[in-house]
Design a protein around this ligand. Structure first.
Ligand SMILES: Nc1ncnc2c1ncn2[C@@H]1O[C@H](COP(=O)(O)OP(=O)(O)OP(=O)(O)O)[C@@H](O)[C@H]1O
Ligand SMILES: [Mg+2]
Length: 262
């Protein structure tokens, strides 16, 4: 069984942003349809990247899959069960800083293990995850004392320490500089190999998607449908300047409507 199935999913907003119950295209003001008949299958433990034009509905789609929003029509199934709301096993990492500014790295990461009663076990896990993301030595720093990349790492640690079943990441490295982003990509590949987590990852960067994804979902302009759904069975680390991956990269850029030589 696939981990996630999206079937005949539509999302429309009224012009005032009110939710529209029951989908009747004839009655909707023009331009209000965001997602239009999205169908998707996502495998257990896979790393799926979503790319598409700004405003096409990537964040909306992820929020619906995570149960934060209801679709206007259609379904999302996780492990064969329809999604009706958020789950503590499904963790969201947003583009903006999500750390609590009045808490240190250790305290922020500790939020992910509030449920562990044994304080020694809790302490051990916090240390383990802070080390995993390379923040040893910065346990007692506050977010404003960390770099952008370090703050992202702390957030990844806080997400992973909960042992999430699904990790939703909405442009998590969008605000980072190029080199830090490259480094974070490598770390995500390692993290994905170490954990059983299914990862859904939005990015504006096609190369980032090619480097990370087992599956790349390309969304169209609004009303948004799937422009392409591409499986990527290339081993890591990936060099997209060579061989089959280079050809695939050209093809993906072409499908995005970018025809300049790359
Ligand atoms: N609550 C809402 N009410 C009305 N319209 C909304 C609401 N949420 C999203 N939208 C509209 O839905 C469209 C898709 O938004 P969404 O944030 O999902 O796009 P996106 O693909 O994530 O864009 P970006 O790449 O810029 O982050 C946008 O045009 C937005 O204006
Ligand atoms: Mg978005």
């Amino acid at each position: 069984m696939n981990k996630i199935e999206v079937k005949g999913l539509y999302k429309a907003y009224s012009d005032k942003g009110r939710r529209i119950n029951g989908y009747d295209e004839c009655r909707l003001p023009e331009g209000s349809t965001v997602l239009h008949d999205i169908n998707l299958s996502i495998k257990r433990r896979s790393f799926t990247c979503f790319v598409g034009p700004s405003g096409c509905g990537k964040s909306t789609l992820l929020r619906i899959m995570a149960g934060f929003e209801h679709p206007t029509k259609g379904w999302v199934f996780i492990d064969g069960m329809p999604v009706n709301g958020p789950s503590p096993r499904h963790i969201f990492v947003f583009q903006e800083d999500g750390l609590l500014p009045w808490m240190t790295t250790r305290e922020n990461v500790a939020l992910g293990v509030r449920d562990i009663k044994d304080s020694d076990e809790r302490r051990r896990r916090i240390i383990e995850y802070i080390e995993l993301v390379g923040l040893k030595g910065f346990e007692d720093h506050y977010p404003h004392e960390l770099s952008g990349g370090m703050r992202r790492r702390a957030e990844v640690a806080r997400a992973l320490i909960t042992n999430p079943d699904i990790l939703f990441m909405d442009e998590p490295f969008g605000a980072l500089d190029f080199l830090t982003r490259l480094q974070m990509r490598e770390e995500m590949i390692n993290v994905h190999m170490m954990f059983d987590t299914t990862i859904l990852f939005i990015t504006h960067d096609i190369d980032e998607a090619i480097q990370l994804g087992d599956q790349i979902v390309i969304l169209s302009e609004r009303p948004t449908n799937l422009r392409a759904d591409i499986p990527l069975a290339f081993p890591h680390p990936r060099d997209f300047t060579k061989g089959g991956l280079a050809a695939l990269r050209r093809d993906i850029y072409f499908q995005m409507g970018i025809h300049t030589a790359l």
